[in-house]
Design a protein around this ligand. Structure first.
Ligand SMILES: Cc1ncc(COP(=O)(O)O)c(C=O)c1O
Length: 379
């Protein structure tokens, strides 16, 4: 099955009870048993739920994986991955990453004795410097949030394999439409399914996808034991979102390109971060590992003025000033004061998250309307 068919049919079967084409929302916590242990495969909805399972099968299919696991948020999914580790273990993570991931690593897991190294991975050989016998996980976000750096997944996977380290890739920005990390050597793919997977800004959800049976078993154990699962209603919505992922991503990418090119020619804009530009430092890697460049675009204004950036995001009318990304509607954010406020200013500026940085999640509205909105807001 090709990707555009998998989004609609992958891992799915008609509901065995009545043949419903869409899996029903099994809004139940528990399941009747005829005798203790005599059930139809479902005992309790933290452990298994048919609607969630339908979603998990769809996730596995679109990421070319074998096992999918759905969680109550993206951070709950990341939390499950870190719980594979033990005190004394070390993680090497990209240095430019979602602020909430950084907060989870440093604010929660550090105190349980797990050590995190935040490393620029544009050159995969940098990673080797931090590898020792305690290194158990490499955490990669690509494209990175919000600087749109591109990490060569194949090259990082070669390092991970050489040292027998698990490689996890946060594929939230790219989605499997643009990039399939398991095919490039990753062991775990993670999503904030809140974003493009759901696609309609109406749910909060996380996902993990793996191929290896033993690794899946360990993650299922954590999913059930820690219990951060998503509910059946949200599972249904995410499943419905996946069915249009390919056409949404195609339009996000087209509009993303148009907006990036418009901003790049704007006299008040200092720099635009978008991996589709030939002069983007990792454009060749992006071209090799991605099918297109998506709808995320970041930019800084000339003079790097905090107040001016705030004024621009406040002036926007079609772009909504809001946290999050990946929905059909265009959103704008100011990372320094919003998504990345949990990263200390000094740390954040080292990676380019300066005061005037604005991040756009370009939606699937009319391209001309989006550009006109930016025009009136930037002035
Ligand atoms: C790249 C990335 N990873 C992880 C997360 C966390 O996901 P959630 O908000 O669903 O917990 C986000 C949220 O913005 C994100 O952008």
């Amino acid at each position: 099955m090709k990707f555009n068919t998998k989004t609609i049919h992958g891992g799915q079967q008609h509901d065995p009870a009545y043949g419903a084409v869409m899996p029903p929302i099994y809004q139940t916590s528990t399941y009747a048993q005829s005798t203790p242990g005599g059930h139809k495969g479902y005992e309790y909805s933290r452990t298994h739920n048919p609607t969630r399972n339908a979603l998990e099968n769809a996730l596995a299919s679109i990421e070319n994986g074998k096992h999918g696991l759905a969680f109550g948020s993206g951070l709950a999914a990341i939390d499950a991955v870190i719980k594979l580790l033990e005190p004394g273990d070390e993680v090497i993570s990209t240095n430019d990453l979602y602020g909430g991931s950084y907060r989870l690593f440093t604010g929660i897991f550090k105190k349980f004795g797990i050590k995190f190294h935040f490393v620029g991975m544009e050159n995969a050989s940098n990673i080797e410097t931090y590898v020792n016998e305690n290194t158990k996980l490499i955490w990669v976000e690509t494209p990175t949030n919000p600087m749109m750096n591109i990490i060569d997944i194949k090259a990082v996977s070669a390092v991970a394999k050489k040292h027998n380290i698990i490689l996890a890739v946060d594929n939230t920005f790219a989605t499997p439409y643009l990039q399939q990390p398991l095919d490039l050597g990753a062991d775990i793919v993670m999503h904030s399914a809140t974003k493009y997977i759901g696609g309609h800004s109406d749910l909060v959800m996380g996902a993990l996808i793996v191929r290896d049976d033993a690794l899946a078993e360990r993650l299922y154990y954590i999913q059930n034991a820690s219990g951060a699962v998503c509910g059946p209603q949200d599972s249904f919505l995410a499943l419905r979102g996946i069915k249009t992922l390919h056409i949404r991503m195609q339009r996000h990418s087209e509009n993303g390109r148009a907006v990036a090119e418009y901003l790049d020619n704007h006299p008040k804009i200092e720099k635009v971060y978008w991996p589709g530009f030939e002069n983007h430092p990792n454009h060749d890697v992006a071209k090799a590992q991605m099918n297109d460049f998506g709808g995320m675009v970041s930019f800084v204004t000339k003079g790097n003025n905090y107040d001016e950036a705030i004024k621009i995001v406040e002036n926007l009318k079609i772009f909504t000033l809001a946290e999050s990304l990946g929905g059909v509607e265009s959103l704008a954010g100011h990372p320094a004061s919003m998504t990345h406020a949990s990263i200390p200013k000094e740390e954040r500026e080292k990676t380019g998250v300066v005061d005037s940085l604005i991040r756009l999640s370009v939606g699937i509205e009319d391209e001309g309307d989006l550009i006109a909105d930016l025009e009136q807001a930037i002035g």
